[in-house]
Write a protein of this length. Structure first.
Length: 209
């Protein structure tokens, strides 16, 4: 019911394995709720201890705080094969579209910061992150968008953006610029109200002025 921690999950499963006669003749399933935000962590702990069946839901939807999120469990297993040594037959490139489809059909929106399917997962405004992503996406991402079927990395322009991200966006828009213009735009961005997102139209307006 969402109460356990990964450590207690491990101990609970070991207790079952040690004290239930002929447990090796049964498939052991785990089913966790997310009341403490530990459903996925507990699921992975169960898998590590030999659980055969994982019960989870897309986007973690379910009663109260929801259930273990299928897409998060799948990506954790995919990226940590060396640790869990479990294989699955799920095409990870379908995960992001699946999350969007389930949200649309159920009417349950996905929080922006939800792993895998959230709108913010592949978006960043911080200048140092943007610079790193432009040099090599693997510096600031655990996996690239295409691994889960998501769109491109979004370099959101705002007050925290740096010169490299602004220059990159100007190049994408085929807007000519020099270092003086670039410095002026970056300085103007730093004066924007918190939370302001610079659209392409606003960026063009800044250039024209």
């Amino acid at each position: 019911m969402g109460l356990l921690t990964p450590e207690k999950t491990r101990d609970f499963i070991r207790l079952i394995q040690d004290q239930v006669p002929n447990i090796d003749r049964a498939l052991l399933a785990v089913h966790f709720h997310n009341d403490l935000g530990l459903a996925v962590a507990n699921t992975l702990a169960g898998i590590a201890e030999g659980a055969n069946v994982v019960q989870c839901t897309v986007n973690g939807i379910g009663e109260r705080a929801g259930n273990a999120s299928l897409e998060e469990v799948v990506m954790a297993l995919t990226m940590h094969q060396d640790q869990y040594r479990r294989h699955h037959r799920i095409d990870t490139t379908t995960l992001f579209p699946l999350c969007q489809l389930v949200a649309e059909l159920t009417g349950i929106t996905i929080p922006r910061m939800k792993p895998i399917g959230g709108a913010n997962v592949f978006a960043t405004e911080a200048g140092i992150h943007q610079d790193g992503l432009l040099k090599n996406p693997d510096t600031y991402l655990p996996f690239r968008p295409e691994a889960v079927g998501a769109g491109e990395i979004q370099l959101v322009l705002g007050r925290h953006s740096g010169r490299r991200a602004v220059a990159h966006r100007l190049q994408c828009l085929a807007i000519p610029f020099n270092e003086e213009l670039l410095a002026g735009i970056v300085e103007h961005l730093k004066q924007l109200p918190k939370g302001t997102v610079v659209t392409d139209d606003l960026l063009r307006t800044l250039v024209s002025h």
